[in-house]
Each structure stands twice: as structure tokens, then as C-alpha cells.
Design a binder for this molecule. Structure first.
Ligand SMILES: Nc1nc2c(ncn2[C@@H]2O[C@H](COP(=O)(O)OP(=O)(O)O)[C@@H](O)[C@H]2O)c(=O)[nH]1
Ligand SMILES: Nc1ncnc2c1ncn2[C@@H]1O[C@H](COP(=O)(O)OP(=O)(O)O)[C@@H](O)[C@H]1O
Length: 198
């Protein structure tokens, strides 16, 4: 049997995690697993956990670690025989430790993007809230302006993507991600990837 390959991608909001990881997963035949997707699924199912999750996601706050690990770990256990790329999990040290107890990652990709580029990308980002599909007015335009390609439903800009919220989000990302990055560096699985603006 071919060796399994398991990777995670990290980066600040707007660094292109969702966009690039879908492309990497497709090119290399990996399953693309996204915490945002599982969270939206749980919100849509309207379970007790989903109702709780919604109160955090609606305010763009991190869902508590114990809720997150309870959501993610069983799904990852179900993927035991697959190679995958994980986007959005782990975000905190506690999540990374919980994941370590389940499996050893082979690679962590950390996107490091200049502030100006993040600002431009996020100010042009449009989202289809129900599916999480992401567009960009410059880089990846919807076929019809302001409408989702698949459902035709309206696209929205997150208040959080407006430049005034970005600094706070970036600072928060750096504080939370640093111990996770340090852990993966100490394990020798995190080479730094620097993507310049195009
Ligand atoms: N110009 C440009 N835009 C990109 C690139 N990668 C992603 N984007 C756009 O930048 C925005 C943020 O990307 P996204 O994948 O949502 O980032 P995430 O928050 O890290 O998951 C979206 O509007 C993307 O369409 C890129 O390489 N170049
Ligand atoms: N690993 C995680 N830990 C805690 N909360 C998370 C995690 N992943 C996603 N979330 C929650 O889901 C929301 C949407 O996540 P995501 O789709 O990855 O978008 P973004 O890249 O804008 O944060 C986040 O704002 C956060 O509330």
C-alpha cells in the first residue's frame, strides 16, 4: 500500500489557505478537509453542538478547543486510510496537541503573506455564506457579478474582511498561531513558504 500523506495548512486570514489547498489537494490526489466546512455542516444540522458553534462563528470568534476537537477528531479518524490536507485545524496549541495524539502530520505549510497583499485580497473577497465558496473581484471573479456560480444566490463581504478589522485579526492570528508553528518547527515538519503578491 502507498504511504499515506497528511498535511495541514496555516496562515493568516486572506493568505489563500482555502484557495491554494483545494488546488494542491486536486493536483496531488489528497482529500481536502476544512474545519470551516465541518462547522457549517454542524450549524446546518442545527444540533445542540451546531447551535453553540453558530454563536462563535457568527462573531468570527474561535470555537472553544473542546468543541472543535470533538467535532474534528472523529471525522479525521474516519479518514484513517486516506491522504489528506487539512485547512483551518489546528489553530491553537491545544488543538495541535489533540491532533498529535491521533496522528503524526508529515508536513505543515505556513503561508506568510505581506500585510498589503492581505488587505487587498480581503477587501476584494466575496463569500457565499451557505457553502463557504470564496471569490475575489480581481483574482477569481464570479461568472455573474455578486452571485454564486452554483446557486445564483447573493455573495456577501464579511464585515471582518474590511480593512479596519484586519489588524486586530492579524494580531490575534499571530498570538494564537505562534506556539503551533513553534511546535511543528520543533518536530521538523514546517518549512516556511513565502508567497509574494502576483
Ligand atoms: N491575487 C490573488 N488572490 C488570491 C490568491 N489566493 C487567494 N486569493 C484571493 O484572496 C482571498 C483570500 O483567499 P482565501 O483562500 O479565502 O484565504 P484564507 O482566508 O486563507 O482561506 C480570496 O478572495 C481569494 O480569491 C492569489 O494567489 N492571488
Ligand atoms: N480550528 C478552529 N478553531 C476554532 N474556531 C474555528 C476553527 N476553524 C474555524 N473556526 C471558526 O469558523 C470560522 C470560519 O472559519 P474559516 O471558514 O476557516 O474562515 P476564516 O479563514 O475566515 O477564519 C472562524 O471565524 C471561526 O469562528
Amino acid at each position: 500500500m502507498a504511504k499515506l500523506f497528511r498535511a495541514a495548512i496555516m496562515g493568516p486570514p486572506g493568505s489563500g489557505k482555502g484557495t491554494i489547498s483545494k488546488r494542491i489537494a486536486q493536483s496531488f490526489g489528497l482529500q481536502y478537509l476544512s474545519s470551516g466546512h465541518y462547522l457549517r455542516e454542524s450549524i446546518a444540522a442545527n444540533t445542540e453542538a451546531g447551535v453553540l458553534v453558530r454563536t462563535y462563528v457568527d462573531r468570527s470568534m474561535l470555537v472553544p478547543d473542546h468543541v472543535m476537537t470533538k467535532l474534528m477528531l472523529p471525522r479525521l479518524e474516519n479518514m484513517i486510510g486516506h491522504s489528506w490536507l487539512l485547512d483551518g485545524f489546528p489553530r491553537t496549541l491545544s488543538q495541535a496537541q489533540a491532533l498529535n495524539n491521533l496522528c503524526q502530520l508529515d508536513l505543515v505549510i505556513s503561508l506568510n503573506i505581506p500585510y498589503e497583499t492581505l488587505r487587498e485580497r480581503l477587501s476584494d473577497r466575496l463569500i457565499h455564506p451557505a457553502s463557504g465558496r470564496v471569490y475575489n473581484m480581481g483574482f477569481n471573479k464570479p461568472q455573474v457579478q455578486g452571485k454564486d456560480d452554483i446557486t445564483g444566490e447573493p455573495l456577501v463581504q464579511h464585515d471582518d474582511d474590511k480593512p479596519e478589522a484586519l489588524m486586530t485579526r492579524l494580531r490575534h492570528y499571530k498570538d494564537v498561531a505562534k506556539p503551533v508553528i513553534d511546535l511543528y518547527k520543533s518536530q521538523g515538519i514546517l518549512p516556511l513558504i513565502f508567497r509574494y503578491r502576483d
